[in-house]
Design a protein around this ligand. Structure first.
Ligand code: HEM
Length: 407
């Protein structure tokens, strides 16, 4: 593996797919040949769905998103006004899977427990040998579950008998609309749903758990974030309220800097020999990346990197009104959590919206505390390049008696 210094980030990000392929690197990381995830090399339908359908239509999915966040928290969180112990990782995994499923699948699955189970476990298994062998089983189950509905939708679309019902903005509908050629196949479409679950559930889950742990260790953020949410509720909560949650946005980004999903980024497999501007040769077949965690936490680039300053980016934005920089969704050479350049994560705008919806509701309606008077965030676990929050940790939660719910 070649870990390039930061000065090459812009050049590496600008290389075309046939020179340096991020897709081939992802496929290799996911052991595509064995897990069935090599489909990403042959078609980019999951990517098109996010870029061409989901992101431009984000405001249309907000009602379904809010209704799912509300229902999931009611169902998955303890509903007591007394402090109750729970494991945030597993509870938020369920919430994240339900929320993703409502938007990225939608009709006809809604909250089918079998699908929620597949979508949660597929990712957990695709990273852990030997359970990697089970991933093909999950793909098959997904195809059995979703295949017949996709077959019907494709046939209705072909015969012109498909009547869209109002409010049907979901991954199922968009995949069937976008599919062409070999992709107009029910089993392939079900396979893409698995890819979307893989891309979205654990990534948003990791942010949810980390942000919760981060602000529990610095409880003054509860008041600050609740005040910001309350301000929007007092003005009348609406779709545009999400753009005004600037402190929450800043906390999300600070948390991602200190606890990213992985310590490396911009992974590429060289498709041909390429010589960088400074003369360094990247031979064909080499696996190239940058040390994104080290770059984002480098004391020569960022003041007090070891300090969780939730308002770090908020303050930068306040100092430069009108700037688009320092937002959670930013992808640039010094902020690599979502990649950089043309291949940057297409789902980051939905991720930001979904995370804000979850936190707006969760912080308004619940209080959290560490058990046994502890005040420190449980340490992250670094395994190879992966960064895991403590999964089995239990914390305390209780419902707030007086709260202004945003939705
Ligand atoms: C906080 C949450 C998330 C993080 C940190 C994240 C991060 C990333 C990163 C680092 C990449 C690779 C970029 C590159 O190659 O330079 C990526 C790709 C991608 N992400 Fe995200 N992501 C998140 C949420 C989501 C969500 C919610 C979706 C779906 C709605 C999504 C869909 C995708 C897709 C489709 C790709 C491209 C995969 C491919 O090339 O086949 N992501 N993401």
């Amino acid at each position: 593996m070649v870990v390039l210094p930061p000065k090459h980030i812009t050049e590496l990000s600008s290389l075309s797919l046939d020179t340096a392929s991020g897709i081939k690197a992802l496929e290799a990381d996911l052991l595509g040949k064995w897990t069935g995830l090599d489909i990403i090399i042959h078609s980019r339908l999951h990517h098109q769905l996010v870029q061409r359908k989901l992101t431009p239509n984000l405001s249309l999915v907000i009602p379904a998103l809010e209704s799912e966040v509300a229902a999931s928290l009611d169902t998955c969180f303890p509903q007591s006004y007394e402090w109750t112990s729970f494991k945030p990782y597993y509870t938020l995994l369920e919430v994240s899977a339900r929320v993703s499923s409502r938007i990225l699948v939608g009709y006809p699955i809604r909250q089918n427990p079998e699908w929620i189970d597949i979508s949660k476990n597929f990712t957990e298994n695709s990273y852990l040998l030997p359970s990697v062998w089970r991933t093909k089983g999950y793909i098959k189950k997904a195809q059995q579950l979703l295949g017949p509905a996709f077959a019907k939708r494709l046939s209705d679309l072909d015969s012109g008998t498909y009547e869209p019902s109002s409010g049907e903005y979901d991954g199922f509908t968009w995949l069937a609309e976008l599919a062409e050629g070999a992709d107009r196949d029910p089993t392939r479409l079900a396979h893409y749903e698995i890819l979307l679950a893989l891309a979205s559930i654990h990534t948003t889950l990791l942010r949810e758990v980390n942000v919760l742990y981060d602000i529990m260790a610095e409880p003054q953020y509860f008041d600050r974030l609740r005040a910001e949410i309350n301000e929007e509720v007092a003005r009348g909560w609406q779709k545009s309220s999400y753009q005004n949650l600037n402190k929450l946005d800043s906390v999300l980004q600070e948390s991602q800097r200190m606890s990213p999903p992985q310590s490396i980024g911009l992974r590429r497999i060289m498709q041909k020999d390429y010589t960088l501007a400074d003369g360094t040769l990247l031979p064909k077949g080499s696996y190239v990346c940058v040390a994104s965690y080290a770059i984002e936490n480098d004391p020569s680039r960022i003041r007090n990197p070891e300090e969780f300053d939730g308002l770090r980016n908020y303050k930068k934005r306040e100092a430069r009104p009108g700037t688009n920089r320092h937002l959670f969704t930013i992808a640039e050479p010094s902020v690599l959590g979502f990649g950089n350049g043309k291949t940057a994560c297409p789902g980051r705008f939905f991720a930001s919206l979904a995370l804000k919806a979850v936190f707006a509701k969760m912080l308004s309606e619940y209080e959290f505390a560490y058990k046994d008077g502890k005040t420190e965030k449980p340490k992250n676990l670094f395994v190879h390049e992966f960064v895991f929050p403590n999964r089995s940790n239990e914390i305390l939660v209780r419902k707030r008696r007086e709260c202004n719910s945003p939705f």
